[in-house]
Design a protein around this ligand. Structure first.
Ligand code: CA
Length: 224
């Protein structure tokens, strides 16, 4: 079996080589790029299974790189940032990053995130192979990344899609906010389960009466 390839896009050489060293020790193949444009080119030439992306790059910011990579593939992306603002985190994840690590970080923590993100990506690929899911008048097709509400295509952000996907896979079960955070966002977002509430409300709006997401008091949510 060939090695899992990770592309690290980071202009700070000390961090890049540090991260590469830890990943190689874990058996990953590592490609390095020191700027956004070079990283995008390298990703096209040697498609990675995961990208570690610095937010502050000399030529363009990580958000831009992230959305350009996302136009070409759904490769999992972990963002690195020196900033600590929760808003950046939400924006990063909305643009399609799968996880987020704030500098300075423990490389073992980053390796753990890499493993967890790759695991989730694999689970997603398996779910996609299992075919479309539906509830009421809502159908979600993981392979085509499409949601039909009463026969019409609904526009959803990446996280809204993943959230609805997880609810559909667990239809009829009460799911806690913490569980949804872990399964859909995949990081320990201690203390702010409101992210889940915000996304649930968005999804509800887009579903209208076509399917019902119930609030389960003291627990979380359930798709009927
Ligand atoms: Ca940087």
């Amino acid at each position: 079996m060939s090695k899992t390839r990770v592309l690290v896009i980071e202009d700070e050489e000390s961090i890049a080589s540090f991260v590469a060293m830890y990943l190689r020790k874990e058996g990953y193949e590592v490609d390095l790029a020191a700027a956004g444009a070079g990283g995008i080119k390298l990703a096209a030439k040697r498609p990675p299974q995961l990208v570690i992306l610095d937010l502050m790059l000399p030529d363009m910011d990580g958000f831009e790189v992230c959305s350009r990579l996302r136009r070409e593939s759904d490769v999992p992306i972990i963002m690195l940032t020196a900033r600590d603002a929760g808003t950046d985190k939400v924006v990063g994840l909305e643009l399609g990053a799968d996880d987020y690590v704030t500098k300075p970080f423990d490389p073992r923590e980053l390796v753990a995130r890499v493993k967890s993100v790759l695991r989730r990506a694999q689970a997603r690929a398996q779910a996609a192979a299992a075919g479309p899911l539906s509830s009421g008048d809502v159908t979600l097709d993981p392979e085509r990344h499409e949601v039909l509400v009463a026969g019409k295509q609904a526009q959803m952000t990446a996280k809204e899609f993943d959230l609805l996907h997880y609810l559909l896979m667990n239809q009829g079960l009460a799911l806690s906010r913490q569980q949804l955070l872990e399964q859909v966002w995949g990081y320990d977002f201690l203390g702010d389960t409101r992210t889940v509430d915000v996304h649930i409300n968005q999804v509800r709006k887009k579903l209208g009466n076509a399917a019902v997401i119930e609030t389960v008091w003291g627990v979380g949510y359930k798709l009927k």
